[in-house]
Unconditional design. Structure first.
Ligand code: PA5
Length: 430
């Protein structure tokens, strides 16, 4: 049995769901497991992510590492342009691992002029590379940002330089971005056709920005691979991904239709953003789904904590905490106990944070909010790779139990249709 550095504790579910409940849902977990293994479920053509931790070719990893090395040698800033699944994974990784390398900034994540101008202002006087990422090659937010940034880059660099400084990550065969990359001679990486955006963090979509920032992508994949082994058994005790998926669906059936992913470390903020997209786009369809919310604690105990403790009882919570911070700070001794804090004198902040977590779990449980807890050993790339795979496998199982296709997102088109009509796109297609 492989060891991973992730643990799931379901101890605070017992008054709400019982061992008998877990036994009762087992046949549905088994069915979902078979749909994934046999690749016969809805969206079965989008299961390439299952193989990524083990089957990413060494040649591709080396290409990514080489390209990342060139970016670091030639540039002080990497602008990553992409939205949704083409962005959130690498942003989550950068915040979680906080490597000390190259500065990475994100564009194409909204349609706000001030935001984009701030990105451009931040490039002044610094050498720049750009990684534009879009599987469809047609998403407006990144496409519009790329037009602006390409225009900027053209004014700064020769066309020979641009061929090295602009890297496109897109579909191998189709889409506008692929056409642009071919016609302008930009460097390219491809997104496998059987991997959807929100499952693409272990493809070049996530691997290149992470490698460029100094994250060890081999360790990331190794973490994913060990989690893949751990989560392959049809066993609700050993397989933490399946236990988490089963618990969520049992809670949902008991009227708990909002899940809050509560991270006890700010470095988990963007991991929760990535998780929100993964779960919302995979499960929220056909009038069904658990609404994925997130917060950072203890910060948000002073804002939405009241609602969690005493508001409508349709919530459950999944806590996440990093056991070992990168650095530790101890509360210093003072000559006099002027602030009354001597009771924590000499204690590490991580110890205090942990006591806050234990206290919060109990308080929320007493307030009628069942909770689970995910312990993450450290902020390593290995742990992060394990976490990515843990959640991906869990959402696939959970969505199949819920009876929806985890791998499409038809609802995302509605706003686009209206927006494109208002912008008059039909008359100006290339
Ligand atoms: O999960 C998904 O497929 C979406 O969130 C996409 O990642 C997002 O809409 C961006 O799409 P694209 O990469 O085609 O620009």
């Amino acid at each position: 049995m492989p060891k991973t550095r992730i643990e799931l504790d379901c101890g605070n579910l017992s008054p709400f769901i019982s061992g008998r409940d877990f036994a009762s849902i087992f046949s549905e977990v088994k069915r979902a497991h078979e749909l994934l293994i046999d690749r016969t479920g809805e969206g079965g053509a989008s299961l390439g992510w299952l193989d990524l931790p083990d089957d990413t070719p060494d040649e591709l990893i080396r290409d990514i590492e080489n390209c990342a090395g060139e970016i670091r040698e030639t540039s002080e800033v990497l602008v990553v342009i992409g939205i949704g699944g083409s962005y959130l994974g690498s942003r989550a990784a950068l915040e979680f691992c906080r490597p000390e390398g190259l500065k990475v900034v994100f564009a194409g994540i909204n349609l706000d002029a001030d935001y984009l101008q701030d990105v451009l202002d931040g490039l002044k006087g610094r050498d720049v590379c750009v990684n534009v990422i879009s599987k469809s090659g047609a998403t407006l937010e990144p496409a519009a940002a790329f037009r602006v940034i390409y225009n900027y880059m053209k004014k700064r660099y020769s066309s020979r330089q641009l061929k090295k400084r602009i890297i496109c990550t897109t579909d191998r065969q189709k889409g506008t971005l692929k056409k642009i990359a071919d016609s302008e001679g930009f460097r390219k990486f491809f997104i496998p056709q059987d991997v959807e955006g929100r499952f693409s963090v272990l493809t070049p979509v996530g691997l290149l920005p992470q490698a460029a920032s100094g994250i060890d992508i081999r360790e990331l994949l190794r973490g994913g691979s060990d989690m893949k082994d751990l989560c392959s058994a049809l066993d609700l005790e050993k397989n933490i991904s399946y236990r988490y998926a089963a618990a969520r669906q049992l809670l949902y059936r008991k009227g708990k239709n909002i899940e809050i992913l509560s991270g006890f470390n700010p470095c988990l903020y963007y991991l929760a953003e990535w998780w929100r997209q993964l779960f919302a786009e995979s499960e929220g369809k056909q009038g069904k789904g658990i609404f994925p919310a997130s917060c950072v604690l203890t910060t948000d105990l002073h804002s939405i904590g009241q609602m969690i403790q005493e508001g409508a009882r349709n919530l459950f919570e999944t806590f996440m905490a990093v056991e070992k911070p990168k650095r530790e700070i101890k509360v210093p001794a003072m000559d006099k106990n002027i602030d009354g804090l001597d009771y924590i004198k000499g204690k590490g902040f991580s110890f205090i944070n942990n006591q806050a977590r234990v206290g919060t779990r109990k308080a929320h449980m007493d307030g009628g909010v069942p909770n689970m807890s995910i312990k993450i050993a450290d902020r390593s790339a290995y742990s992060l790779g394990s976490l990515f795979f843990f959640f991906e496998k869990a959402v696939a199982i959970s969505a199949y139990i819920q009876g929806v296709n985890p791998f499409n997102q038809p609802g995302v088109e509605a706003y686009k249709k209206n927006m494109f009509e208002l912008l008059g796109r039909e008359n100006t297609k290339p």
